[in-house]
Design a protein around this ligand. Structure first.
Ligand code: FNR
Length: 437
């Protein structure tokens, strides 16, 4: 190759490099490492587009003129140290354009060595990453906001769960010859399940377990409202009916559950004109009243199931009605019998459900278990439900355990059965035992 053609080729290559450097959207700068303060000796058109500075105005200057009040001094120090150590470095640094507008610069600086290995130049490559950086900042702000909101919601949920738990019985009524026990495991902090046992009058205990469809806030709000409705406060709940005065004369004889008013006086007491008199509402009527008050919500589709019963402490007769709740189980002489009805409408499903009242004559040694569907509908890894039969077998095996132990065993059965080892639905159980003499 002759000299002219070599020179032509070399010129053509330089021209190509120039055009390539001018065309790239990245800024490219070269500084002289041997001169004091490493001045810029080259900047491409991309740098002009990026920063708004004209090349002729910045040649001979150190590139720090791009920095400003928002530039992080730590990043600047990292660059300084890398240059001193003659190391390559890549940083993201806030810079300012000629018009003062800030932008985010992804800056890579690479040392260039001469033939004897001395660093003669540094090449800087600048890219505008403002859009990505702003998006990241916005995301970070949103994440922080979300974390704050989540923390606030959690605090509120915990507070609400506390209020809900306050409706659970603190202790079971102490009644001679009858043992009560319950267990309550919400699957989330707020539960749709609820239960209670309480004195209605000196001879009668009322009790219920209920399960609002779904979980979380709306289920818990409805279950708390229902607790309020089922509070044994005459005049303020559906558990008592106001007694018409003209019935005072022939009270008691016809219906045992009309014998007492809830203040413990015999209902034939009529002396006090101010005394309102109440009679216990029969269980089926309680459910029918609830059905009137709580029709299914067409928007949320929320409804609930409930068993409500009244235990007569004198002869251990148990009258109850069931609205779509799992059947209560009677454990008697080593046999577990689910008590009808098995199929009845949950509360609010139909306008006139006609709930039926059932009566059990409990005997010494009998146990009654109430449970929510979270117990039998727990599914294992093969999507198989625990089922009623497995529960009944389990209960039969608990003959030698206390009522409380028996409930604890059922909960651990549900936990073991569940695929996740955790309780996935609200689980509540209530049990009573008529003690053997
Ligand atoms: C730089 N520097 C630099 N700084 C910056 O904020 N934006 C930039 O685009 C560049 N570009 C750049 C290119 C090249 C080739 C070099 C060698 C350096 C860094 C800047 O010039 C200086 O080195 C740092 O500010 C650290 O040194 P001081 O300011 O602490 O002395």
């Amino acid at each position: 190759m002759d000299r002219t053609s070599m020179s032509d080729g070399w010129m053509a290559q330089l021209d190509l490099q120039d055009r390539a450097l001018a065309a790239t959207s990245e800024g490219i700068t070269i500084s002289d490492a041997r001169q004091p303060d490493q001045p810029i000796i080259y900047a491409n058109a991309g740098f002009e587009r990026l920063t708004g500075y004209q090349v002729q105005d910045i040649l001979g200057r150190n590139c720090r003129f791009l920095q400003g009040p928002g530039t992080d001094p730590t990043t600047v120090a990292q660059i300084r140290q890398a240059l001193q150590a003659e190391r390559e470095i890549t940083v993201e640094i806030q810079n300012y354009r000629h018009d003062g507008k800030p932008f985010w610069n992804r800056l890579s600086i690479t040392p260039v060595r001469d033939e004897v290995g001395q660093v003669s130049h540094f090449i800087g490559v600048q890219s505008d990453i403002t859009t990505r950086k702003l998006a990241e900042e916005a995301l970070q702000r949103t994440t922080q906001e979300l974390a704050r909101t989540t923390a606030r919601l959690k605090r509120n949920l915990r507070a609400a769960a506390k209020i809900q738990r306050a409706w659970l019985p603190k202790r079971m009524p102490k009644v001679k010859g009858v043992q009560f026990s319950y267990t309550f495991h919400p699957c989330e902090e707020l539960a749709g399940d609820s239960l209670n046992v309480f004195h209605l009058d000196e001879n009668h205990l009322g009790m219920y377990t209920l399960d609002v469809s779904g979980h979380g806030v709306s289920a818990a709000l409805l279950s708390v409202t229902l607790n309020r409705w089922l509070t044994p406060t005459p005049g303020q709940s559906c558990l008592f009916n106001q007694r018409p005065r003209d019935l005072d004369q022939d009270e008691g004889v016809k219906d045992r559950h009309r014998e007492m008013n809830p203040r413990g006086r015999k209902s034939h007491h009529t002396g006090d004109a101010e005394t309102h008199r109440y009679v216990l509402t029969p269980p089926a009527q309680v459910l029918e009243e609830l059905n009137r008050q709580f029709p299914i919500d067409p928007e949320t589709g929320q409804y609930f199931t409930i068993v409500y019963g009244i235990l007569d402490l004198r002869d251990h007769t148990f009258r109850y009605a069931n609205a779509g709740h799992p059947s209560i189980v009677l454990l008697r002489l080593g046999r577990a019998l689910p008590c009808p009805p098995d199929a009845s409408f949950p509360v609010g499903f139909v306008p006139k459900p006609a709930y039926t009242e059932q009566t059990l004559h409990l005997e010494p040694g009998d146990r009654l278990y109430f449970y929510s569907d979270g117990v039998v509908e727990a599914v294992n890894g093969e999507q198989k439900e625990l089922g009623t039969d497995r529960l009944l077998n389990e209960l039969i095996g608990h003959g030698d355990r206390s009522v409380q132990e028996s409930l604890t065993e059922v909960v651990s059965l549900v936990e073991k059965w569940s695929e996740t080892g955790r309780i996935e639905d609200d689980v509540s159980l209530l049990a009573l035992e008529i003690e053997a003499p």
